[in-house]
Design a protein around this ligand. Structure first.
Ligand code: ARG
Length: 465
């Protein structure tokens, strides 16, 4: 019996002490306890959870609910845990129910019964929203930094290849000649919009304190307002608590973040797909940096674009994370429901994946090379200049529909007779239209003319972030 008791005590010390339980007669079912725990992922919020406690203890102290000495002791204990976290020495007790409980228990170990005052006038419902908003604040700015590094790399590539011609596609069929820098610019524009979406996301992360479980708390919010600088928060980060119910209930900021990341991921995935395609033997326009490829265990000649394939593949996960949270939220009655605990893994997963992809993508981009000879060979395809020829006829007052027909027939003739347009005699050319002759064909059917004849583009240089 004694032995049994000692064992239970030991288990408690290991961290499975809970923040609730007074009204329960029965012990929680072990399997269910494991099922409902979140410590194995919400430990990632430890630092932010400490900030909440530091702010809260200061507010309790200022309001007179803690003596100076009590406040000092609690702050000291919390700072010690924060130190461990910052030094990356913090190891969550995996038996704890969640990160709030884990930190509470650590503080209790340091200050004893005084820790029981830590949770006065607050709820985990309020804490978790604070923690998640702090997490988003930190992560969105990390992602901004990474994205801006990537845009810079795109800009370097743009400069390197500013005047290099490239084959532009529609329907994965050769369409018209562009610069490779035009191609890069398209992505730069997309990623710049992603960047701007992230910047604006800040407005959805206004932090409000004092929501309690759902109905507010007796602690005047002025005490919180004064204490928030502990977490590095300044005025622009704060909002006014107008509806505690809203505060503990909504996760729209997470849905928004996951949406922004999904759009960013969509752009990364399309670019990855382009690079996969353009580096195949069939296209052969790009030389992929070897350090981001892998080989085949069976086929010695292979250099597989695994990094790009994984970027493309992770898109399913990113979209899935967004849909998981949207679906989890859609039918929840107000206010807090435990379902909402399930917002964390999708959030962490998307953030971590995007960050890793961007880190690698910057270096991948730096080493990516054009295979100019192959591109130049492809640029000899006369079909690429068909639109320019039709446009030329339009400027000679031919109705576009007729010009389209004339050039279409010319291309068809060239294919049937296996003779290139550039090699056709004056007579043959004229038989299609009187304005067509060898001199004009030579002038029009080349990459320089194709790109320089375009007047609709507002500058060709990007506004990179
Ligand atoms: N682990 C919970 C979550 O992530 C924290 C809030 C728990 N609140 C509660 N009443 N059980 O949402």
């Amino acid at each position: 019996m004694k032995k049994q008791k000692a064992k239970t005590k030991k288990a408690k010390d290991k961290g499975d002490k809970k923040l609730w339980g007074g009204r329960f007669k029965k012990k929680i079912d072990k399997q269910f306890y494991r099922f409902q725990k979140s410590i194995h992922y919400d430990y990632k919020l430890a630092e932010y959870d400490i900030y909440h406690s530091l702010i809260h203890v200061s507010a309790l102290g200022a309001s007179g609910l803690l003596t100076r000495e009590e406040e000092r002791k609690l702050l000291k204990a919390l700072r010690e845990v924060l130190d461990e976290i910052k030094k990356q020495e913090f190891k969550p007790h995996l038996k704890s129910e969640d990160i709030h409980t884990d930190i509470h228990n650590r503080v209790e170990k340091k200050v004893g019964k005084l820790a029981l005052k830590l949770h006065s006038l607050r709820s985990r419902n309020d804490q978790i929203v604070f923690d998640e908003k702090m997490y988003c604040l930190k992560e969105y700015s990390d992602i901004l930094r990474l994205l801006s590094g990537f845009l810079e790399e795109l800009s370097n590539k743009h400069k390197n290849y500013e005047k290099d011609f490239f084959v532009g596609y529609t329907h994965t069929r050769r369409a018209q000649v562009i610069y490779f820098s035009d191609y890069l610019l398209a992505y730069a524009q997309m990623f710049t919009r992603d960047y701007e979406r992230l910047v604006n996301f800040q407005d959805s992360l206004k932090i409000t304190l004092g929501a309690g479980a759902l109905a507010g708390t007796p602690l005047d919010s002025k005490y919180y307002q004064r204490a928030v600088s502990i977490a590095g928060l300044v005025k622009k980060h704060l909002g006014e608590l107008t509806s505690p119910l809203d505060n503990v209930s909504d996760r729209d900021f997470i849905v928004e973040f996951l949406s922004i990341l999904s759009i960013l991921q969509m752009h990364l995935s399309r670019m990855a797909e382009d690079f996969i395609l353009y580096s195949t033997k069939e296209f052969d326009y790009l030389d992929l940096p070897e350090e981001f490829c892998t080989g085949s265990s069976l086929m010695p000649h292979k250099k597989n674009p695994d990094f790009l394939e994984l970027v493309r593949g992770y898109t399913g996960k990113l979209y899935g994370n967004l849909v998981a949270v949207l679906t989890m939220m859609k039918g929840l009655p107000l206010s807090y429901n435990r379902d909402m605990q399930l917002d964390k893994e999708p959030l962490f997963s998307s953030v971590e994946t995007i960050k890793e992809e961007l880190r690698i993508m910057v270096r991948f981009m730096r080493s990516l090379k054009l295979k100019k000879d192959n591109i130049n060979r492809a640029l000899k395809d006369e079909g690429l200049y068909a639109t320019e020829l039709a446009d030329f006829l339009v400027f000679k007052n031919v109705a576009f529909k007729n010009a389209h027909d004339i050039v279409g027939k010319l291309i068809r003739y060239s294919e049937d007779k296996k003779i290139s347009i550039k090699e056709m005699s004056e007579k043959t050319l004229k038989s299609f239209h009187k304005e067509l002759n060898q001199k004009q064909i030579k002038r029009i059917m080349n990459p320089e003319y194709a790109v320089s004849s375009k007047r609709s583009i507002f500058g060709r240089s990007p506004k990179f972030k």
